[in-house]
Design a protein around this ligand. Structure first.
Ligand SMILES: *Cc1c(COP(=O)(O)O)cnc(C)c1O
Length: 482
């Protein structure tokens, strides 16, 4: 069973909005898709969106804005310093998070850069429920290391645990004993844990982590980029919170955290980022870096229009109907795939659907990037662009050997309020075809491999001519259909 709240018929999620502006889409023939994929070095990041039918690469900056957000953009105040827009955004943030200070930044990773520069030094150890690519990169860049202390169920793509983003407090206590609290600048908790399938933590778990951290005098830094999904899933899955408003859950989460940072490309359906906190000393230290890297203190690299949209979008995050859309569409898609026996991360999280490439392509060795190969094959089969989240998204060890990822996932993001149920149905149908023909899919190898964040720009090639065989099978089965 999914967490469906609004449904009809066969548990279809119900859109709590209507479309008033649309963008035309084109589905190109399978041969063109294969050619585009080859031209992009078999890396979906390098595709031109004009070759893409449904763009499920990411939810970053691609969520649909509301009419209220668009209307707010018109009143943005362009002043370089002291803009009224900043004051409006700051007051919304103060109200929903209850923190005194707000520092704006151009996006989420900029917050990570500033936090790491100020708090992390060589020898620092940062415990977290699970890493995110850019958050880990900035900690490592500043000489720190990370420790992933997810509960055991979180590592298991088949576990039905409702809160797979929870931190194991036993492991956290053991780590504090082993390295000492003074080497731990903060504990990082990520809401809607991205790389393990958008999995939430519970309020109960957060409070346990909070108690432990206060006892040792360690700060909690919350990555709130995917907090909207996490709040909704707390409301649906944590019985103690079933009767709370989203605003009450938001406050309870915020109270446990010392610093809250976010990518506004996700939270608040706009583009930008920021950090909220109460600690005046830390605020002053981080503030120095804002004009240096981001922009003046009243915009931090964001456009004032986006800031207006963000202020409204954050308010809308407190609306249960609005934040239901990501998790409910994801739940629907996961349920449909499960019914067809296609291996997928359960239970459904936020953000999108995560196909388990290790089981889908159990004949492709991890060194040949099964999740990357699946992303390639699925684009050819459907024109749908997903993202590899597996070994390709890791970095090699210093001796050049691969860091094999814990999971090999094809992420099909569902930007909120963008796709319809029938488009989700198309994705499910093509994935089923691909699953039935999975033996045709082979691995990939790098031909151009950057050292840092190689998944963004790296170019690959297929180990054999398997993409051509996939195209031929498609034509046999689908005839003239696109
Ligand atoms: C996207 C994301 C970030 C980085 O945010 P950007 O705005 O893309 O820089 C950090 N943490 C999480 C959990 C994210 O999903």
């Amino acid at each position: 069973m999914s967490d469906v709240r609004f449904y009809y018929g066969d548990e279809l999620p119900l859109e709590m909005h209507k479309a008033r502006i649309v963008q035309r889409l084109e589905l190109k023939p399978v041969e063109d898709r294969a050619r585009a994929m080859a031209g992009a070095g078999y890396n979906t990041f390098l595709l031109n969106n004009s070759d893409v039918f449904l763009d499920m690469l990411t939810d970053s900056g691609t969520n649909a804005m509301s009419d209220e957000q668009l209307a707010a953009m018109m009143r943005a105040d362009d002043a370089y310093a002291g803009s009224e827009t900043f004051v409006r955004l700051e007051s919304v943030l103060r109200r929903i998070f209850g923190k005194e200070y707000f520092l704006p930044a151009h996006q989420g990773r900029a917050c990570e850069s500033i936090l790491s520069q100020v708090l992390v030094e060589p020898g620092s150890v940062v415990p977290m429920n699970y890493h995110f690519t850019t958050s880990k990169a900035h900690i490592v860049l500043n000489g720190g290391t990370i420790e992933e202390l997810l509960i055991d169920e979180g590592w298991d793509v088949e576990s039905e645990h409702p809160f797979k983003g929870n931190m194991d407090t036993g492991k956290l206590e053991a780590l504090v004993q082993r390295v000492g609290a003074d080497r731990i600048p903060f504990v990082r908790l990520e809401a809607g844990t991205n790389l393990i399938g958008g999995q939430p933590f519970s309020l109960e778990n957060l409070r346990e982590v909070g108690t432990l951290c206060r006892r040792h005098g360690i700060m909690i830094v919350l990555d709130a980029s995917l907090l909207g999904d996490n709040l909704y899933l707390i409301k649906r899955r944590e019985s103690a919170c079933a009767d709370w408003s989203i605003e009450e859950i938001m406050r309870a989460v915020a109270e446990e955290c010392d610093v809250i940072y976010f990518s506004a490309r996700k939270l608040g359906a706009a583009r930008g980022g920021g950090m909220c906190l109460d600690d005046a000393d830390l605020y002053l230290k981080m503030r120095e870096l804002i004009p240096l890297y981001e922009g003046f203190l009243t915009y931090g690299g964001m456009s004032v229009r986006e800031m207006e949209a963000l202020a409204v979008g954050l308010e809308e995050t407190l609306d249960e109907d609005a934040i239901s859309q990501g998790p409910e569409f994801t739940a629907h898609m996961v349920e449909q795939l499960r019914k067809r026996g296609i291996p997928v991360v359960v239970p459904a999280g936020g953000l999108g659907c995560h196909v388990d490439a290790l089981r889908f392509l159990d004949h492709v060795p991890q060194e040949e990037y099964p999740a990357g190969a699946l992303a390639t094959a699925f684009f050819i089969a459907s024109g749908v662009r997903g993202m590899e989240r597996g070994t390709m998204s890791e970095q090699r060890e210093e001796d050049g050997s691969e860091t094999l990822a814990h999971m090999e996932l094809l992420r099909l993001a569902l930007p909120r309020r963008v796709f319809t149920v029938s488009q989700v149905g198309y994705v499910v149908d093509r994935l089923q075809w691909l699953y039935e023909n999975r033996e045709l899919i082979g691995g990939l190898r790098f031909v151009e491999e950057p050292d840092i964040l190689r998944f963004f720009f790296g170019k690959l090639e297929p180990m054999t001519d398997w993409p051509a065989r996939l195209v031929a099978r498609f034509r046999e089965d689908f005839g003239d259909t696109l």
